[in-house]
Design a protein around this ligand. Structure first.
Ligand SMILES: *[C@@H]1O[C@H](CO)[C@@H](O)[C@H](O)[C@H]1NC(C)=O
Ligand SMILES: *[C@@H]1O[C@H](CO)[C@@H](O)[C@H](O)[C@H]1NC(C)=O
Ligand SMILES: *[C@@H]1O[C@H](CO)[C@@H](O)[C@H](O)[C@H]1NC(C)=O
Length: 358
């Protein structure tokens, strides 16, 4: 497959360019058979419905979730419409044999630690998701042979968005065993070291192009604001400092891994930067509400989660946050645009459009 065609394919796969897929579905479908694929790992920021198959409270299977999706029905995505990574690849738990275009392994509530997500119920931790990737690789080898599979995986893009649940829904919870076991520095180092091991495993499986999302400024999400207070109080900044410190450590670890894993392209996707920019310059994006969610109740719309029959805003595009944790579809689309074609401040050392042509 030529570089150009591969670019078209990947561009179809990523969300910005969803429009491309809506208009050129046949191109996407026919090209996808040939060359590269998209594999997604992580939590609710990228779960397209895997949790629908699990026994967990972390499910988005009722309206108003999905209200602004193409089908106007809930899909399991934790937002009103589409996610940044959407949606040419089926969820692992429902994919069946349909794996050639890639697979989405993400599971809402999950994190880097196996225990993260337990408060909601069943979940698929990152390490399990990576094991599933190994299973998919074996199935690809059985179908395509070793060489074709290794080409496919080397050309594919892997996207990992995980880790904030390890803080917000595990380490920072009132009675957390992890909080007793680790100082915040040790916890951060532990998370980064498990994540690095998983990146190395993916590399050993043959993946080369791996994009890792930074943490968002999670001190600003409505549920956290309810818990720790507004900007003027200390909560807001102290959680953002956790996110910044984690991001700095991740950035350094990726520098190290690039040297350790020859031929790898490890991309740092600076979601923090993009969301902070939207929060500080909302007018530029047509956004009006940066502190309160569209669907939920409480001072910041984060005390009671988004549930059927609760009040919900009429135009989610004017909000950064859809519910107590998650961005709106319009925020996701800005994130997607910025890592697709943004500067090194958004995507380091190259953006995804460039990554796809390599
Ligand atoms: C987490 O689960 C994986 C299996 O998915 C297992 O291999 C690993 O040892 C577990 N890690 C810990 C710290 O229990
Ligand atoms: C949060 O604090 C800022 C000032 O620091 C204030 O302008 C804003 O209205 C507050 N938001 C809420 C929802 O209370
Ligand atoms: C919703 O808000 C967006 C962003 O401010 C605006 O562009 C759009 O026209 C609004 N839609 C409706 C139906 O009012």
């Amino acid at each position: 497959m030529t570089k150009l065609r591969r670019t078209v394919l990947i561009s179809c796969i990523l969300d910005v360019i969803l429009i491309c897929c809506i208009f050129f579905k046949s191109i996407c479908a026919s090209q996808a058979k040939a060359g590269s694929a998209l594999f997604v790992f992580g939590d609710s920021t990228v779960d397209c419905g895997n949790n629908n198959q699990l026994f967990t409270m972390a499910r988005a299977t009722f309206l108003p979730f999905g209200r602004d999706f193409d089908t106007h029905t809930p899909t399991g995505r934790f937002t009103n419409g589409r996610l940044s990574i959407d949606f040419l690849v089926p969820g692992y738990l429902t994919a069946g044999d349909n794996i050639l275009q890639g697979v989405n392994f993400a599971s809402a509530g999950s994190g880097i630690f196996n225990s993260t997500g337990s408060i909601f119920g069943q979940h698929i931790p990152l390490q399990e998701q990576v094991r599933y990737f190994g299973n998919v690789r074996n199935r690809l080898i059985a179908r395509l042979g070793k060489e074709a599979t290794s080409n496919l995986l080397a050309n594919s893009i892997l996207y990992i968005s995980t880790g904030s649940n390890d803080y917000v829904n595990n380490y920072l919870l009132p009675i957390s065993p992890l909080y007793l076991e680790y100082t915040s520095d040790e916890f951060k180092e532990k998370l980064i070291s498990i994540l690095a091991q998983q990146i190395e495993l993916l590399y050993d499986f043959g993946a080369r192009k791996i994009v890792i999302a930074s943490f968002s400024p999670f001190g600003t999400v409505p549920s956290v604001m309810e818990r720790y207070g507004n900007e003027s109080e200390k909560g807001f900044s102290f959680l953002n400092v956790f996110a910044q410190e984690y991001n700095a450590a991740l950035f350094l670890k990726l520098l190290e891994l690039r040297v350790k894993l020859p031929g790898s392209y490890l991309i740092y996707n600076n979601v923090y930067n993009t969301i902070q920019d939207i929060i500080l310059n909302p007018q530029q994006y047509g956004i009006v509400h940066t502190q309160t969610s569209c669907c939920g109740m409480g001072r910041f719309g984060g005390a009671i989660p988004c549930l059927p029959k609760l009040p919900v805003c009429s135009n989610a595009s004017q909000y950064v946050f859809w519910d107590e944790f998650h961005p709106t579809s319009s925020t996701y689309s800005i994130i997607a645009q910025r890592f697709w074609s943004g500067s090194i401040a958004d995507s380091f050392p190259i953006n995804i459009q460039e990554l796809a042509t390599l």
